[in-house]
Design a protein around this ligand. Structure first.
Ligand code: GAR
Length: 217
């Protein structure tokens, strides 16, 4: 078992929180290098908040709508909440708010995100619809470090799924989501253990083989 103290993780969500639950499950392993200390949301009604509270985790909601256009005031409060819980690593799990460079800078190298596409293809929204429209044969999910530009940042892990004849966006979303639940806990493990090292735009994972960080289903 590692003698390193576990990294304290904050998870931010906006919706149902299925990725968050996969992280919660993984973090139950005694030798997992991270512990989830708080789950926050910009939506007080996010289903995932209830699920986290039911699992006994501290939660908070900061309703971004109450801040109007003042993104920085929202982010300063968010940052304060995370600091209150002594968060070391910030994990975005379906957190659907754009973050300003100020916030990103506070968490530089310590904030990761999961995106439902094989970046740099299909950044932004409606990734499954767009993948079908473009006729790609493979699709998937990406875990990456967050930088100021949306859905851009050093890639830690990717999971690949086939696009099948007859797929609709919901079929594809479900296939990709299953992969997300596999790759996110592994990517967080690599980051929290310090094995994921960024060199320029590439992330090298110590002691890992490519097949361990690339999941093809
Ligand atoms: C996931 O598919 C995640 O990749 C996506 O939102 C979903 C959240 O589901 N994130 C984004 O689109 C971010 N750009 P979950 O709440 O069940 O984890």
């Amino acid at each position: 078992m590692s003698t390193q103290p576990k990294k304290r993780v904050g998870v931010l969500i906006s919706g149902r929180g299925s990725n968050m639950l996969s992280l919660i499950e993984a973090a139950k392993a005694p030798d997992y290098p991270a512990e989830i200390v708080v789950v926050g949301s910009n939506r007080p009604d996010a289903q995932g908040l209830e699920r986290a509270a039911a699992e006994g985790f501290a939660t908070f909601a900061l309703d971004h709508r109450l801040y109007g256009k003042d993104r920085e005031a929202f982010e300063q409060d968010l940052h304060a909440k995370l600091t209150e819980h002594n968060v070391d690593l910030l994990v975005l799990a379906g957190f659907l708010r754009l973050l300003t460079p100020w916030f990103v800078n506070q968490w530089q190298g310590r904030m990761i995100n999961i995106h439902p596409a094989l970046l740099p293809s299909f950044p932004g929204l409606h990734t499954h619809e767009r993948a079908l429209k473009e006729g790609v044969r493979i699709h998937g999910a990406t875990v990456h470090f967050v930088t100021a530009e949306m859905d851009v940042g050093p890639i830690i892990s990717q999971g690949v799924v086939p696009v099948l004849d007859g797929d609709n966006p919901e079929d594809l979303a479900a296939r990709v989501l299953a992969v997300e639940h596999q790759i996110y806990p592994k990517a967080l493990e690599a980051v929290a253990s310090g094995k994921a090292k960024t060199e320029g735009f590439r992330v090298k994972i110590e002691g890992s083989t490519p097949s361990k960080e690339t999941f093809i289903y």
